[in-house]
Design a protein around this ligand. Structure first.
Ligand code: NAP
Length: 173
């Protein structure tokens, strides 16, 4: 059985992330989706809590018909020491050998810890990009077609868009 880990902040989980998940599940039996920076929320870069991210990802996975026994959703807080982060992660998750990532720091740290690496292709990264989506939410531009429908509905239901605009102090909308 081949198990891989896919670390991300998923602020929010978008269609590029979903494509990476599907691409990974064509290559491994199980995927651990590591919800990083779990301690963060209510900031411009990290508006959603770890629990909210768990919920939005699970809704998207269910809607895609991805069975619950193919993936884990595990939130992990950051630590100050990059050098031992890969070992810190191991403490929280089932065993894995392979890491799915494009983030250069994540790749470097897991490579140094002896893991195999799978680098997914860019799925229209210039379009499916969390920073851009957060910007659109703030400025009031259309972003519903950049995330799975369930993620859009969920964020609206918790007034996540209002939260983001409020914490950035914008009254654009
Ligand atoms: P992210 O922005 O949500 O991205 C997650 C992954 O998906 C990245 O590899 C990203 O690649 C990829 N991706 C995003 N959009 C894509 C697209 N359209 N097509 C293909 N791939 C796409 O999360 P992140 O910031 O990389 O998350 C890393 C997490 O690890 C953070 O929570 C960070 O704090 C944590 N971390 C912690 C420590 C520590 O605690 N010391 C150390 C290292 C990392 P790109 O990079 O190309 O966007």
């Amino acid at each position: 059985m081949r198990r891989a880990i896919y670390p991300g902040r998923f602020q929010p989980f978008h269609l590029g992330h979903l494509s990476v998940v599907k691409w990974s599940l064509e290559r491994v039996d199980e995927l651990i989706i590591l919800i990083g920076s779990a301690q963060e929320s209510h900031t411009l870069s990290n508006p959603f809590t770890a629990g909210e991210r768990v919920e939005m990802i699970r809704k998207a996975m269910n809607n895609e018909g991805i069975p619950g026994d193919r993936y884990y959703l595990i939130p992990i807080p950051d630590i100050l020491m990059n050098n031992v982060w890969a070992y810190h992660v191991r403490m929280y998750v089932p065993s894995f050998q392979t890491v799915v990532a494009r983030n250069p720091l994540v790749l470097r740290l897991f490579r140094e810890a002896g893991n195999d690496i799978l680098v997914p292709p860019s799925f229209q990264r210039e379009k499916y990009n969390s920073t851009l989506i957060r910007k659109y939410i703030i400025t009031g531009e259309e972003w519903s077609d950049l995330v799975p429908n369930e993620v859009y509905t969920f964020i609206k239901s918790i007034k996540g868009d209002e939260r983001l605009r409020e914490i950035t102090g914008t009254d654009k909308r």
